[in-house]
Design a protein around this ligand. Sequence first.
Ligand code: UGY
Ligand code: MN
Length: 289
Amino acid sequence: MGLFTRGRSPSGQSPDGPVHPGDDPLRDRALAGLFTYEEFMSLTGFTRTRVTPDHALLTPDTFVRSSLPGWSQAACIVHISPEMGARFMMYTVEMQSGSTGQMSLLDIQRFAYVLEGEVALEVGGSRHTLWANNYVYLPANTPHHFAAASGCRLVVFDKPYQALAGMDVPQVVLGHEPDTPSSPLMGDEALQVRLLLPDNFSFDMAVNTMTFAPGAHLSLVETHVMEHGLLFLQGGGVYRLGDHWYTVQAGDVIWMAAYCPQWFGALGKSPSKYLIYKDVNRHSLEMLS
Ligand code: UGY
Ligand code: MN
């Protein structure tokens, strides 16, 4: 109870005099045990967010909106960036009527996934409308223009493109996640993976969805050279990152650096699903040259 009472001395007296029901709605809810999770967090400085050198769990209560070059009249929440040690950027863009987006940097490829609402996209002389669960891959140095006529949210991954000798650069890819073929991970039917981008050496990044039936889990504590950016789309469970186990749920973002030990087990009675980025198909020694 002590944690939830405000402005009271240890004796239970308010420093401002007697408190009557109705004087302080927050206090009344606290005494009735009706604090929301958000109220509890804002009163105690508690959050599930945690940022470490090799991983981060970023929960929506800690998201801060800012502006990014190329995105006009749009709020950007930068989740993952080189500032934290990543080699890519992952951010949410909140658009409204009049918001636009284009690429402001050279040699950066982009993957954008619509979380809600709709957005118009012009690329290569064609105009497309993207709705929730539509996505687009835009190769580096491909002029494009997003425009929103109403509220919409996108999650975006931007990464420098590393060309590979002898391989063509990738083309634009447009897709709809539910229509993408699904296959079991390592033969486990309870864990379905959808590859949203072609699986060939032209691409140096992959973006997949992973859907876990209730109780399904990764079959090993993965430890690998690829880094990840992840957005929980639905459900939740327990994520092991390094030597910590976290409860996670829809809306959470996770960064996993290369070699960060990782494992997930799904909880609840409905499937859990996340969108996950990784860098692929390149030799690490290229980074040294
Ligand atoms: O593709 C992956 O490495 C994926 N299985 N990792 C993860 O879910 N943490
Ligand atoms: Mn992994």
